[in-house]
Design a protein around this ligand. Sequence first.
Ligand SMILES: [Zn+2]
Length: 494
Amino acid sequence: MMKRRDFVKLTAKGSIIALGAPALLDLVARDKLAAADVLPPELKGVLKAALANGGQFADVYLEQVDRTTVSLAGGKVESVECGIHRGGGVRLLSDWKTGYSSCDSWEEEELKRVAGVASQMARGGGEPEIEDFTRKGERGIVAYEISPDEIESARKVEIATHADTIARAYDPAIKQVRVNYTDEIKRIVVANSDGVMVTHEVPLVWITVSTLAQRDSKQQSGYIRRSAKRGFEYAGLAFAEEAARESARQAVDMLEAGEAPGGEIPVVIGSGGGVVFHEAVGHGLEADGVERKTSFYTGMVGTRVGSDLISIIDDGSIPNLRGSFDYDDEGTPSQENVLIENGILKGYIYDLLTAWKLKAKPTGNGRRQSYMHYPMVRMTNTHLLPGDSKPEEIIEATPNGIFTRHLGGGEVDTTTGDFTFGVREAYLIENGKIGAPVKGATLIGNGPEILKRIDMVGDDVDFWPGTCGKGQWVPVTSGAPTLRIASITVGGRG
Ligand SMILES: [Zn+2]
């Protein structure tokens, strides 16, 4: 049952603003999903409207998101937002051109109207052909126990407040804390003119804790995110505590950091630094760039692109990771995709459109930010497979260099693979031991070149949650073991 509280927004002062009358939200998605048998005839009508002027393919995507966001700053609750966002989008593909239109409704007439808008991309007419639907159900990849929309928002405020308390208690040097907590449950229906129909649910919880430490005239910030495609059972106090403590530790430990050295030096990236491969390699393996021939990796399948130690996978079917799902937003099941194996480029990732254009199989990477966005090729959980070395052996084998524990944001040019990455937390390596903290380091390199320079890969692996922007935002993870880049340009101030 939907509750009245789902439709209100609590402002900082605690007053309540109604966002929508419950009467308008009587079509509860979950009930509708359970009774999905009533949907096919309606959806067929929508697809027919999309194909009325011709075209080769149409799909309809329906989404309802129940989302709660709690923002806390300076120890005070800034805002609590609980809302339901519902809508649908209709896409038409005609001679490789895309028509897309969306509305904030699941009403058949509204969906037919936007289908009519999408249909204007096509010329020449034609008899719409729509296959009978074969409905696919849940696969259990993002299974959850407790739906976040069943939990009162007061409990979520308590979790965010707990993170704030723990971060402040970590050290007197912690002067500022900001906590953002978000949970959501997304209910999705996808149907297309080829007869694919999918209904599934995708839960998500995440917390970010930003801290500022000050001592004497020095100050440093910490920033940690934790997230998973899990239900509320994951979002307990322990989850908040761990993120808060780690964020505070990072800020405090870096207070005594000296300036990072610059130059061409060995860098050991601590486990979880997979964002480098996401940015500097992964984006170049998305088939839209390959199809447009703007990617560095165009036409290179079967050739050596890295050292023997390098195997990179994109896999949306790993249970409960932030980038996982049962089906992508076009109804293709998520799967493991081997991109690079022992240094050899094996393949790219595709959505439906790029798979058709390049005569390949879709790989379960057609994703969209919301019903307002058409799908495009996106990564999911992109990770470098572990090797044989113990992390401590890698440090011991490195006489001098830098060890990075947390990377910051990066920028990459996918046509060349050139990148720069900020380093949030780093230490000197001196005589094979981790030494003093250093700040201000930037990694400057080229993705394809770095893949050849990695000469040690650890047996540990860690996945870090992130949000990938490519015109649209989607949740992802990047995974990597501890690894050594034999030499890379470090831009430092020292
Ligand atoms: Zn990205």
